[in-house]
Design a binder for this molecule. Structure first.
Ligand code: NI
Length: 185
């Protein structure tokens, strides 16, 4: 689907987001060799897709691309957008403090659960300009980056919670998918 951005005057593509359970969300993604034009286009399309779905993060496997690419933007609605594009992100450091906080995911729509994660991280990645960068962060951004990095290894937030709760969420999603498939077009 093509979406025409009137302010920027360039065409971007909204990508279909894969909903769990789906084997494509369980594959380990492959590192990109470099951030070239094709990777930058994918990053930009992922950001548009994420913003249009009101998400704060998206990983390439969620749009069927098995590349180690994530995008995040945790700015509030009344703030300037702060899009971050990362290729081949690696955690260099994680803090000892573990914080429990509610998470959601565009691939598990309308489901939320508390997930424990380190409160602060240092991440190394290839940026939009193909330069190696490092970022030290905490709070929502640190949580969001860790959540998106999990997707690159086929891990969903429900993999961090009890199997009872995980299976309940996945069963509900399967049911919703079946219902949607039976609706006449
Ligand atoms: Ni997610």
């Amino acid at each position: 689907m093509l979406f025409y951005d009137q302010e920027q005057a360039y065409a971007v593509t909204l990508l279909p987001i894969i909903v769990a359970p789906d084997p494509r969300l369980k594959i380990t993604a492959i590192a990109v060799e470099r951030v070239d034009g094709a990777v930058r286009t994918l990053m930009d399309d992922m950001l548009e897709t994420m913003h249009s779905a009101n998400g704060i993060g998206l990983a390439a496997p969620q749009v069927g691309e098995h590349k180690r690419i994530i995008v995040v933007d945790v700015s509030d609605k009344d703030e300037e957008p702060n899009p971050i594009r990362m290729a081949n992100p690696e955690l260099l450091l994680v803090s000892d403090d573990i914080i429990n906080h509610e998470e959601g995911c565009l691939s598990l729509p309308e489901h939320y659960a508390e997930v424990e994660r380190p409160g602060a991280i240092t991440v190394r990645y290839l940026g939009y300009d193909n330069e190696i960068r490092e970022m030290k962060t905490d709070g929502v951004l640190a949580r969001c980056i860790q959540h998106e990095m999990d997707h690159l290894d086929g891990v969903l937030f429900v993999d961090h919670i009890s199997s009872l709760k995980r299976n309940m969420i996945l069963r509900k999603l399967t049911k919703t998918k079946k219902l949607a498939a039976n609706v006449p077009a």
